[in-house]
Design a protein around this ligand. Structure first.
Ligand SMILES: [Zn+2]
Length: 405
């Protein structure tokens, strides 16, 4: 039976403190408390730290292909989108079964410690795939593609989609000011005109935000998602994140798709730290970075009662990493793919080091063996089979560097 177990003894990062020599008990997929289970305990020996599993606040799973497209810097996202859709790589990607591209994106997120992702795309595109993927893709959101007149017309329009979000208490998500031309820079005004700037609004990119825009976002308690890797690839610059943080805006980090962004969320946070240092000549705080991939996106996407932190009653979504227990936050920020030691979703292991094979065996699910940076890992399903299918479709041995198996 796998309905109750504990992991111990561990260094556990909870919202308000770092607990050492503590166990965590999972009952029926939820966190039951921080003691040893009398029913079943797995001893975790070695230098490990437990975090909540990560949340990737912005991705487009259908764009999970490689290589990146484009010759930057662009004036806004529109000419990049044209280059993307007229590229041989785009044509090659489209030969594949769309579900396989989604699956590649899900595995990309899983091996970097992510169990929850926001896939920014109209519902009719991701609805057929979500329940078949190994990780959680958020279902409850309304959206528009962009807050300008040349957006891709996703959803029913800014005003209607935002009203829907308020009515159903879900997030309304949109790209905004992803560029520097006059229309892109009207993003916040466009939202205001349609009464769509509120605590339900989640704004992605905002690289054109002025100080006035930042104040408006702060005053309305809207949320911000930062995708520094994608911004730098397309525009050679990113949003005024220090000013956005100082204004008190809830900030999260997202990867965007591999067509423009970093390979995965753990690369993205390293890029965020590096670029912040270059922009402001000071360090971006490691705890803030960890908040931006756990509690902050949980708040933005209105799932904070279930996810984003290790607290009794929340879902058992756990991330165990190898690292220095005396410096947990910087251990996570500096972690490589090989340091992602165990990823658990609602109590069930999805991915991790072979030395935790007992937990995998007891869960009763099907796993395969892969090697990441020379380290043997167990993973749910069969990502090697996926890569074989992709290679067969395109006619050569395809490599996707965000899935280095
Ligand atoms: Zn995007």
């Amino acid at each position: 039976m796998f309905d109750e177990y504990s992991l111990g003894s561990l260094t556990i990062v909870t919202p308000n403190e770092v607990k050492h020599n503590t166990s965590i008990t999972i009952v029926d997929g939820r966190i039951d408390g921080f003691s040893k289970s009398k029913k079943k305990n797995y001893d975790i020996e070695g230098a490990y730290i437990l975090f909540p599993a990560l949340i990737n606040a912005h991705d487009h799973l259908f764009g999970s292909y490689h290589p990146k497209i484009g010759t930057s810097p662009y004036i806004c996202w529109l000419p990049w989108d044209y280059d993307l859709k007229n590229s041989p790589v785009y044509e090659e990607r489209n030969k594949n079964n769309p579900f396989d591209i989604y699956l590649a994106g899900a595995y990309k997120n899983l091996i970097s410690g992510v169990t929850t992702v926001h896939d920014h795309i109209p519902h009719h595109i991701n609805d057929p795939f979500i329940d078949k993927l190994p990780i959680r893709v958020l279902k409850d959101y309304s959206l528009s593609h962009e807050a300008s007149m040349y957006d891709l017309k996703w959803g029913d329009g800014i005003g209607i989609e935002h009203k829907r979000a308020v009515k159903n208490n879900i997030p309304y998500v949109t790209h905004i000011e992803e560029g520097f031309d006059v229309e892109s820079l009207r993003g916040i005004e466009n939202l205001e005109e349609q009464d769509a700037l509120s605590e339900h609004t989640v704004l992605v990119h905002g690289i054109g935000f002025s100080k006035g825009d930042i104040n408006k976002v702060a005053n309305r308690n809207a949320h911000f998602v930062w995708c520094p890797g994608s911004n730098y690839f397309m525009f050679k610059r990113t949003a005024k994140v220090k000013e956005i943080h100082k204004a008190g805006i809830n900030m999260s980090i997202g990867t965007d798709s591999p067509a423009s962004g970093e390979l995965n969320l753990i690369d993205e946070i390293k890029f965020a730290k590096k670029i912040y240092k270059e922009m402001y000549n000071e360090e971006l705080d490691d705890k803030l970075i960890v908040d931006m991939i756990t509690v902050n996106p949980a708040e933005a996407f209105r799932i904070q009662d279930k996810l984003g932190s290790l607290e009794k009653g929340k879902l058992g979504d756990l991330l165990l990493i190898s690292g220095d227990a005396n410096d947990p936050y910087s251990s996570l920020v500096n972690a490589g793919l090989k340091d992602i030691a165990l990823v658990i979703m609602e109590g069930f292991p999805l991915y991790g080091d072979n030395n935790f094979s007992d937990i995998f065996k007891d869960s009763g699910k099907n796993y395969s063996i892969i090697h990441i940076d020379g380290k043997e890992k167990l993973i749910i399903g069969d990502p090697k089979g996926l890569m074989k299918r992709v290679s067969e479709v395109v006619g050569f041995e395809k490599k996707l560097p965000f899935l280095p198996i």
